[in-house]
Design a protein around this ligand. Structure first.
Ligand SMILES: [Fe+2]
Ligand SMILES: [Fe+2]
Length: 184
């Protein structure tokens, strides 16, 4: 175990249950994010979309690794297999319909994630506790902002009604998933 691991484990011991729930939801979300891109890569042959997904998946894996240091295996969501399937479908389905639907999906997911991380960062900053954890969330959030901007700028067409409805569903579904992952 490295010194950094020791430090992270120590901090983990001090996390109150509500914060463990919050980080569990982040960990579930980052797992889902990796699987969104796996879904995209499983269904698209568009070179630009593949490059986008391959780059983003690397960042999401880094996020997951950062969060894993804060959660014992027993504290992670017991529904991880479900989050993986949900992520895969969330990536694979729009990728079947083309680049714009894929980018719009990622933009919708990231908009939600940025709000989610932002709320957690605000609370931790106000508490002035768990500064190390707060820094990690800030780092993840900054990457998600960049992902969202990139997805927004790469869209090739305007969103039709169906795609707008899909993005709205993603927002609602992500909120439900966070509430479940906080508990289970
Ligand atoms: Fe992420
Ligand atoms: Fe992201």
């Amino acid at each position: 175990m490295t010194k950094l691991d020791d430090k992270i484990s120590e901090s983990n011991l001090k996390l109150p249950p509500w914060l463990v729930g919050e980080i569990r939801s982040d960990h579930a979300g980052e797992t889902g994010a990796i699987w969104i891109y796996r879904g995209v890569l499983a269904t698209t042959r568009d070179a630009e979309v593949r490059d986008f997904a391959e780059r983003h998946i690397q960042t999401e894996m880094k996020h997951l690794e950062l969060l894993e240091g804060w959660l014992a295996e027993s504290e992670r969501s017991s529904l991880l297999p479900m989050w993986k399937v949900a992520g895969f479908i969330t990536g694979a389905l729009p990728a079947l319909f083309g680049a714009t639907s894929t980018y719009a999906t990622v933009e919708a997911v990231e908009a939600f994630v940025v709000r989610h991380y932002g709320a957690q960062i605000t609370i931790l900053a106000e508490l002035k506790e768990h500064a190390q954890l707060c820094d990690i969330l800030v780092q993840c959030c900054e990457d998600e902002v960049a992902h969202g901007f990139e997805a927004h700028s790469l869209k090739r067409n305007n969103l039709n009604m169906l795609l707008r409805a899909w993005c709205h569903m993603i927002d609602i579904g992500s909120g439900l998933a966070v509430n479940v992952a906080r508990r289970i």
